[in-house]
Design a protein around this ligand. Structure first.
Ligand code: HEM
Length: 121
């Protein structure tokens, strides 16, 4: 059986732990925390765990909205996108994910930038 990025990250429990820590960092950061003021963070963490698991090749169905629908009302700038991606990168480092695998995760989520950013700036 081939080893997927999902497997290398440690599967669902490890990805869920990364996502929990990632959103701790995000809501601690005044530049982007306000986006999440009215968000059900339990559902957010669950959907983000599914999403990252699915894009990493895991046997997981993502049951949230598509990326464009989830973000199109939010007025997200390129700078905010980069801050959020930076928190994901720092979290993966904190969890000792090797560089190749960190890059693969960031590439996978980065491929959705055009759907998420509505204010390129
Ligand atoms: C790094 C790339 C990103 C990924 C992979 C991502 C992924 C997701 C996912 C999976 C959801 C859940 C959708 C649902 O529950 O149906 C979501 C919702 C959301 N995202 Fe992102 N996101 C990203 C970037 C951003 C950025 C840059 C911001 C703000 C600066 C942001 C703010 C939000 C907010 C506020 C919601 C909740 C929307 C709502 O419940 O109405 N996201 N995102």
């Amino acid at each position: 059986m081939s080893d997927t990025l999902y497997d290398r990250l440690g599967g669902r429990d490890a990805i869920s732990a990364v996502v929990d820590r990632f959103y701790e960092r995000v809501v601690d950061d005044d530049q982007v925390a306000h986006y999440f003021d009215d968000v059900d963070m339990q559902q957010q963490r669950a959907h983000q765990t599914q999403f990252i698991s699915a894009v990493a090749g895991g046997p997981v169905d993502y049951s949230g909205e598509d990326m464009e629908a989830a973000h199109d009302d939010l007025g997200i700038t390129t700078a905010d996108f980069d801050v959020i991606v930076g928190h994901l990168e720092a979290t993966l480092e904190e969890f000792d994910v090797p560089e190749d695998d960190r890059e693969a995760v960031l590439e996978a989520v980065g491929s959705y930038e055009d759907d998420i950013v509505t204010v390129p700036a």
